[in-house]
Write a protein that binds this ligand. Structure first.
Ligand code: PXG
Ligand code: PLP
Length: 438
């Protein structure tokens, strides 16, 4: 189906140049496995797994069936004061798949809600412990934690904040992109010391005023920034020393992309709260989750008053939506049964070798990768800093490859089910596109 120019007007599209899009729309019609098919009948390789969501490939029959069955059986059930079995089964599965100690799950509908929920749990937890002064948050430059007010407060991408005025107050430690680490394969060597900036903020505010540090173990949106060796361990030590909670936002890194079930597992550091979304349903239905350490949950239970009282006044109409939970159960079964995490580990060196083959191109300023994710920084065009990545995206599309562009970066995150040849072809299309722009 094609739409006229006027039919495109009403929908104000998210994170999109609406004026350009509506002149030159890019409309997907259907998808299958690692491919999209657009309204012009083009086959397009999905080089970002949707928006980092669809690692198991599109339209998985197991997920389609589970969703269809659930929507026809129990389409909705009140999430407050009532329950249904799927959410408990899914919570148990998530507890099994994530590091020991993360024993409870609070469901949300997106990554942004996951972040807001984690921030609220952190502050409220300290109140349950009799430390109401611990309210400040520490985020990181270049961090992306969704688009709601808490998330942009702790987030560190100026473009996503500057229009919106006052948010929650937060300090930001330095990002981990260092000149000396350019073209690192996997975790860069230098930069663990950057975690020590948390100590400076403790000296400034005192730990009695700080609730939590929140980071993405690997920053995705900012252009795939893997953590420097030892950095996350150092953050964990500092947080422990000062009784500050550590939150990992694993909306992108969670559930396979890093070559382990979580970034926490891959990098060997367990946070107090761990946020998931995206891959949790393989993108089929919106769902997010906050994984919570046992002691935190218990503190709410112990301080909740009479047992009919609500211990945590928080939740969304669609928290633990039955159809989303059914999708989640099916998607996690696919992830485990098809051994997709092992598949990521196998493909990661293929992507690494291919993408680092673009080093030396005059328009490439840096290349980074980890697991099945890679980011390239593109040399700015004088006066038009974000133009080249956009042009690259369109060039790749014309060759039948979808990649993500944003800021001064281009990102690749192919589906876990991709073949080695498909991964090489994706990078080759990007290489050709680099040759075609000025
Ligand atoms: N935290 C992190 C670490 C994320 O990557 C969110 C929170 C917010 O999730 P929702 O579901 O509210 O969008 C995200 C989302 C991209 C891209 O291409 C990344 C995200 C979303 C859309 C595009 O880098 N990250
Ligand atoms: N606004 C109004 C007027 C509402 O009644 C509700 C929920 O009942 C919300 C916002 C929040 O919606 P949700 O629970 O889907 O986040």
């Amino acid at each position: 189906m094609t739409l006229t120019r006027s039919e495109l007007e009403a929908h104000w599209m998210p994170f999109t140049g609406n004026r350009q899009f509506k002149q030159q729309p890019r409309l997907m019609e259907r998808a299958d496995g690692a491919y999209y098919y657009d309204t012009e009948g083009r086959q397009i390789f999905d080089g970002l797994s949707g928006l980092w969501t669809c690692g198991a490939g599109h339209n998985r029959p197991e997920i389609v069936e589970a969703v269809s069955r659930q929507v026809a059986t129990l389409d909705y059930s009140p999430g407050f004061q009532f329950g249904h079995a799927q959410s408990f089964l899914l919570a148990n599965k998530l507890v099994d798949l994530t590091p020991d100690g993360l024993d409870h799950v609070f469901f949300t509908d997106s990554g942004s809600e996951t972040v807001e929920t984690a921030l609220k749990i952190a502050r409220a937890y300290w109140r349950t412990r009799g430390m109401p002064g611990k309210t400040r948050f520490i985020g990181r430059q270049k961090g992306y934690h969704g688009v709601n007010y808490g998330g942009i407060g702790v987030g560190g991408i100026g473009f996503n904040r500057k229009l919106f005025g006052q948010s929650i107050e937060a300090d930001h430690i330095a990002h981990t992109v260092l000149e000396e680490n350019r073209y690192s394969r996997g975790m860069p060597e230098l930069g663990a010391h950057l975690a020590d900036e948390v100590e400076d903020l403790v000296a400034l505010h005192d730990a009695s005023n700080i609730a939590a540090v929140i980071v993405e173990p690997l920053s995705g949106t900012a252009g795939v920034l893997p953590p420097p060796q030892g950095y996350l361990n150092r953050l964990r030590e500092i947080c422990d020393r000062h009784q500050i909670l550590l939150i990992f936002d694993e909306v992108i890194t969670g559930l396979g992309r890093m070559g382990s079930l979580t970034g926490a597992e891959e990098f060997g550091v367990t946070p107090d709260l761990l946020g998931l979304a995206k891959q949790i349903t393989n993108g089929a239905i919106p769902l997010g989750a906050v994984m919570v350490r046992g002691e935190i949950y218990q503190s709410f239970m112990d301080n909740g008053g009479p047992d009919y009282m609500v211990e945590f006044p928080h939740g969304y109409t669609y928290s633990a939506h039955p159809v989303a939970c059914a999708a989640g159960l099916a998607a996690l079964d696919v992830l485990v049964n098809d051994e997709l995490v092992a598949r990521v580990r196998k493909l990661a060196p293929v992507l690494e070798d291919a993408v680092h083959g673009l080093r030396g191109h005059p328009l490439v300023a840096d290349i980074r990768n980890y697991g099945l994710a890679a980011g390239l920084s593109i040399v700015h065009k004088a006066g038009e800093p974000m133009k080249r990545p956009f042009e690259l995206g369109l060039r790749c599309l014309s060759k039948g490859f979808y990649v993500r562009w944003g800021g001064d970066t281009v990102q690749l995150a192919p589906p876990f089910i991709a073949s080695e040849q498909q991964v090489r072809d994706l990078v080759a299309a990007l290489g050709e596109s680099l040759d075609e722009i000025d």
